[in-house]
Design a protein around this ligand. Structure first.
Ligand code: VGL
Ligand code: ZN
Length: 208
């Protein structure tokens, strides 16, 4: 059984948003098209309280891109983004959401970030996605969305660790590339963890 996981296709990660992922908007029509090939689709939302510890604005004298220790683990600081129940946290208006079986929200604890769709960054708490998929007999998870080098990457790594076959649909992802080459490094890390990398066209070709 396969499932599609659509990661963080939210306004703040798109053009005009608080933390826009370069060319992130390009994936929206492809994500919509891709959904036709899956019976089980889940999505994630980055869903932070306003006082979240990953926001530079919540630390005196800090700016986005700085690194701090947050509750014992290293944290990169970001602009204020994806605040719960704000337009920035909403799914992109062009994204088809009516077939989402469930939406998993992450990053809800002010003290710790959660790039992965499965666990917070210290693996202290699960989001419930892993159990949800296993209960439904899912063995293969296909991932797409934003951002390749953060939330998509950590979701893929955790999927591998949980024993799923993880497949990155690489043309349906875009990355932040805080440092040049980060996206390529992220893809190499995902491969090294056992993930497969494919193109959305590979799926269309194999359509039953
Ligand atoms: C993300 C940075 C901060 C992501 C979320 O969705 O990749 N990146 N919060
Ligand atoms: Zn975030």
């Amino acid at each position: 059984m396969k499932a599609l996981i659509i990661v963080d296709v939210q306004n703040d990660f798109l053009s005009g948003g608080a933390l826009p992922v370069p060319r992130g908007d390009e994936i929206i029509p492809v994500v919509n098209d891709l959904q036709q090939q899956f019976e089980l689709i889940v999505a994630t939302q980055d869903w932070h309280p306003r006082d979240h510890g990953s926001f530079a604005a919540n630390h005196a004298g800090k700016k986005p891109g700085d690194r701090i220790m947050l509750d014992g683990i290293e944290q990169i600081l970001w602009p204020i983004h994806c605040v719960q129940n704000t337009p920035g946290a909403a799914f992109a208006p062009g994204l088809e959401t009516n077939r989402f079986a469930r939406v998993f929200q992450k990053g809800v604890d002010s003290k710790i970030d959660s790039y992965s769709a499965f666990f917070d960054n210290a693996h202290r708490r699960a989001t419930g996605l892993g159990d949800y998929l296993k209960q439904r007999g899912v063995t293969d998870v296909y991932l797409c969305g934003l951002a390749t080098d953060y939330c998509v990457k950590y979701s893929v790594l955790d999927a591998c660790q949980l024993g799923f076959k993880a497949l990155l649909i690489v043309d349906v992802c875009r990355g932040i590339n805080l440092a040049p080459g980060n996206v390529d490094l992220a893809i190499e890390e995902m491969k090294a963890s056992g993930a497969s990398v494919l193109q959305s066209s590979d799926l269309r070709d194999k359509r039953e």
